[in-house]
Design a binder for this molecule. Structure first.
Ligand code: CAA
Length: 379
């Protein structure tokens, strides 16, 4: 039985986030973008409505919601401001390795405190010389007595300078490539943890994206996740889980761009009639709508598989890739529909187009998604 209807609870969540986004994010989105500013106020208010830690089980202070709800939130936040969406979504991404592989004792110790306030998480995987090739990462973790000592630096980290808790991937034996990597939880206030320069980005400028540096960071050995040397698989499972929600944020950008183009086309009069009466514009809007709807369904399907305990490596890569490409295509077309006005900062579509580009790059480039898809269908 296939059911495309959201439950009453999911509809209520959608309305809650849509209202929140319209009230708290849309009015400041342009300003945050101009000033390249992360907004702790939005984080605080999102925590107040109980959704900042939505994926964390209730027993550890979260809302215990699933990936499908994550898609619903991602779309609404992405439609309002993709930079804010990346910060709020990146926080859950940072906690996901912990949710997948943390022991109940460690969750009780670190997670319950984390979820008690407007605290952000961050996912520290990428390094200056290890982006797509995760197995090449060079941050080290050395076990000495009952402590691990972590050294290295992570690059392009979402929430890098504003997170309270990091999930960190480090190698215990670089020669073993992916088989030498372990995953750790590192509180940001641990001595030796620092954040580097804030990146000056093309889009998604409301996210604080930075280098995070670990210099002789001592953490208790119990802060390691899983069994040890299984960090690569924890990272891959995390990305399987998160890619549907990231795709949904791209759907949000595309939806907002489509709505802006539609509204403009109905008002803009050329050759004596609204340009929406021209078939050339109608066909563009129709193509945009097809892509948005298809991308949304792919994201929801990938999330549904996850929520129903099924592996979704293939489907989440398809969803993330298709939705990211959709956001780029639809926002580019929206700029085209608005013509000269679309290119100006006075209208929101140029921001949508800049924001969309990152969806073809982060959480695994869309070339890596195609690699994952090809490997899955060939295996
Ligand atoms: N689930 C479980 N296990 C998996 C897996 C998955 N999805 N994918 C791979 N594995 C397992 C494999 O089965 C294999 O296991 P064995 O050792 O038992 O054989 C092992 O992991 C190694 O797999 P591969 O041989 O496929 O590994 P690879 O080195 O060829 O790399 C890759 C695969 C898909 C390219 C991977 O490196 C990758 O995903 N790269 C992209 C990284 C990425 O997405 N980075 C994003 C950073 S986060 C970010 O951008 C967020 C943000 O801040 C906004």
């Amino acid at each position: 039985m296939i059911d495309f209807a959201l439950t009453e609870e999911q509809k209520a969540c959608q309305k809650l986030v849509r209202d929140f986004a319209l009230k708290e994010i849309v009015p400041v989105a342009h300003e945050l973008d101009e000033e390249q500013r992360h907004s702790p106020e939005i984080v605080e208010k999102y925590h107040e409505i109980g959704l900042l830690h939505y994926a964390v089980p209730e027993e550890y202070g979260g809302a215990g919601l699933g990936s499908l709800e994550g898609c619903i939130f991602g779309e609404e936040l992405g439609a309002a401001c993709a930079g804010v969406a990346a910060s709020l979504g990146g926080s859950i991404l940072g906690l996901t390795p912990f949710l997948i592989a943390g022991s109940p004792e460690l969750k009780e110790e670190l997670l319950t405190k984390h979820t008690s306030g407007p605290n952000l998480g961050a996912f520290c995987l990428t390094e200056p010389d290890a982006g797509s090739d995760v197995a090449a990462l060079r941050t080290t973790a050395v076990l000495e007595g009952d402590e691990y000592i972590i050294n290295g630096s992570k690059r392009f980290i979402t929430n890098g300078g504003v997170a309270s808790l990091y999930s960190v991937f480090a190698t215990e034996n670089a020669e073993l490539r992916h088989k030498g990597i372990s995953a750790f939880m590192v509180p940001a206030d641990t001595p030796g943890v620092s954040s580097g320069k804030k990146e000056d980005k093309m889009g998604q400028r409301a996210t604080d994206t930075r280098e995070v540096i670990f210099s002789d960071v001592h953490i208790p050995a119990r802060y390691r996740l899983g069994e040890g040397l299984d960090g690569f698989k924890i990272a891959m499972k995390t990305l399987d889980d998160s890619r549907a929600g990231v795709g949904a944020a791209a759907v949000g950008i595309a939806r907002a761009a489509l709505e802006a183009a539609r509204d403009y086309a109905k008002e803009r009069v050329q050759f004596g009639k609204p340009i929406a009466a021209q078939q050339g514009i109608q066909f563009m809007l129709a193509d945009m709508a097809m892509k948005v709807n298809a991308a949304r369904l792919l994201c929801w399907h990938a999330a549904w598989l996850h929520d129903n305990g099924q592996r979704n490596t293939l489907e989440s890569a398809i969803a993330k890739c298709f939705a990211g490409d959709t956001a780029m295509a639809v926002t580019t077309d929206a700029v085209q529909v608005l013509g000269g006005y679309g290119y100006m900062k006075e209208y929101p579509v140029e921001k949508y187009m800049r924001d969309a580009k990152l969806h073809q790059i982060y959480e695994g480039t869309n070339q890596i998604q195609r690699l994952v898809i090809a490997r899955q269908i060939l295996s």
